[in-house]
Design a protein around this ligand. Structure first.
Ligand code: BGC
Length: 252
């Protein structure tokens, strides 16, 4: 048992996944545990499931805080938004709810911030010395901005208004599926999205994460941008790894 082993838990719309992360290597130690997200995904119900995951790994970790992700803006331990989760998270004292339910310290961060931070530490943007923007294309669009290794939390670039739309309502991976778009039909939406992000923020590197990044060869080569754009490499472990790191390196 050492300080280098930290539990990261990624709370998503369909599953809550946890694993112990070795902070010296960024690798998961052993298997992930995944439990379905409760149908009524209120803070109390989710805290119950998180408690089951913590119990399963309790003998492998120390007394320090664990890292948790949530698909919401998080400031000072409070969840401030709920774009694709139960509305009861809005303005909930989420960190306090988790700490009371678990009887231990918790660092709570936005899901895309955790995934993006992990990509800079160990994945597609490892050691990038400039401004990296990681976007996750899933049910919504999440984003992480990392400048010289420092996370600028809660960037929420999935909610840029582009051509009169909330960007994630046009360009999230879930919208491609819902509207039955082929990748060729989806590419112009991604092009419009990423060229807007590029024009506003001028990153040194764009990273595309989320489940759809497994199919990156179907759309990334077709995007015409000034900025290099690459697929994330940590796949569905990025949130867990980032959460564990941020538990130690500081909360949003
Ligand atoms: C939310 C973000 C979240 C992203 C990915 C967006 O709708 O506003 O907070 O990071 O979805 O889950």
């Amino acid at each position: 048992m050492t300080q280098n082993l930290v539990l990261g838990i990624d709370i998503g719309g369909s599953g809550i996944k946890g694993a112990v992360v070795d902070l010296t290597t960024g690798q998961l130690v052993g298997e992930r545990l995944r439990i379905e997200t409760p149908a009524e995904s209120t803070p109390q119900n989710v805290a119950g499931v998180v408690g089951e995951i913590v119990n399963a790994f309790a003998d492998q970790i120390g007394d320090g805080p664990i890292g948790l992700t949530i698909p919401a803006v998080v400031t000072h331990g409070r969840t401030r938004s709920a774009a694709n989760i139960d509305p009861s998270w809005i303005d909930a004292p989420a960190q306090q709810i988790f700490e009371q339910a678990l009887g231990r310290g918790v660092v709570l961060v936005n899901d895309a911030d955790a995934a993006g931070f992990a990509e800079v530490k160990f994945g597609a943007a490892k050691d990038n010395p400039g401004l990296v923007i990681v976007t996750t294309l899933g049910t919504g669009i999440g984003s992480a901005m990392i400048y010289r290794g420092m996370l600028i939390p809660n960037s929420e670039l999935g909610h840029l208004e582009i051509d009169g739309y909330d960007a994630e309502k046009r360009a999230a991976a879930s919208i491609r599926t819902k509207e039955g778009l082929s990748y060729d039909e989806y590419v112009p939406r991604l092009q419009r999205y990423y060229e807007t992000v590029e024009m506003l923020f001028w990153p040194d590197l764009l990273v595309v994460g989320g489940g759809v990044s497994k199919k990156a060869d179907k759309f990334l080569p077709k995007l015409k941008l000034k900025t290099p754009i690459v697929a994330a490499t940590l796949k569905n472990e990025a949130g867990i790894i980032g959460a564990a790191f941020l538990a130690v390196e500081g909360a949003a």
